[in-house]
Design a protein around this ligand. Structure first.
Ligand code: ZN
Length: 170
């Protein structure tokens, strides 16, 4: 099996995975992230105790990439410190933007590294980054609903193609 097939399999399997698909009892943070250009709608919940993310889950609907990305992210951050989670967010965005290419850095993302190939499919980048943006904002204390389209050009998801480098994450 080549790497691309392996990555496709990881995304497909994790898009169907149910182990992270649940509300979090006693959640300290809850934030809904919406990507209207695709219809992805994810509410991320997690519980922080002594700076450790002791539990995390998500509920919502969306395409396979958004769902797989959310589940892979939760697998990665659960049991980790808030600072470690922010470190993974930086690596993930760097990987998607193509600014981080070193295997030894990307490998820190474990199976979430399978989303690296999404970077070359601009229309799907918003799907892949939705849960990570939502996590980043929730860690900054934001709660409620975060509409990722509203803060960008209101042009139904084509802004990535129109940006100079095609992969701006704003
Ligand atoms: Zn999507």
């Amino acid at each position: 099996m080549d790497l691309k097939s392996l990555y496709t399999q990881i995304i497909t399997e994790n898009s169907r995975a149910t182990h992270n698909r649940h509300p979090v009892i006693g959640a300290t943070n809850s934030l809904e992230g919406i990507n209207p250009s695709c219809g992805d709608d994810i509410t991320l919940q997690f519980k922080v105790e002594n700076d450790i993310i002791v539990d995390a889950g998500f509920i919502g609907t969306g395409c396979a990439i958004s769902q797989a990305s959310a589940s892979l992210m939760i697998d990665l951050i659960k049991g980790k410190s808030v600072d470690e989670a922010k470190h993974y967010i930086d690596i993930f965005f760097g990987m998607i933007k193509g600014e981080i290419k070193e295997d030894e850095v990307i490998d820190e993302l474990e199976d979430a590294a399978a989303l690296q190939g999404i970077a070359v499919v601009p229309a799907r980048v918003k799907c892949a980054v939705l849960s990570w943006h939502t996590l980043e904002e929730a860690l900054e204390g934001k709660s409620g609903v975060s509409d990722h389209e509203a803060s960008e050009n209101d042009d139904a998801g084509s802004s990535y193609e129109e940006d100079g480098d095609g992969l701006s994450l704003n």
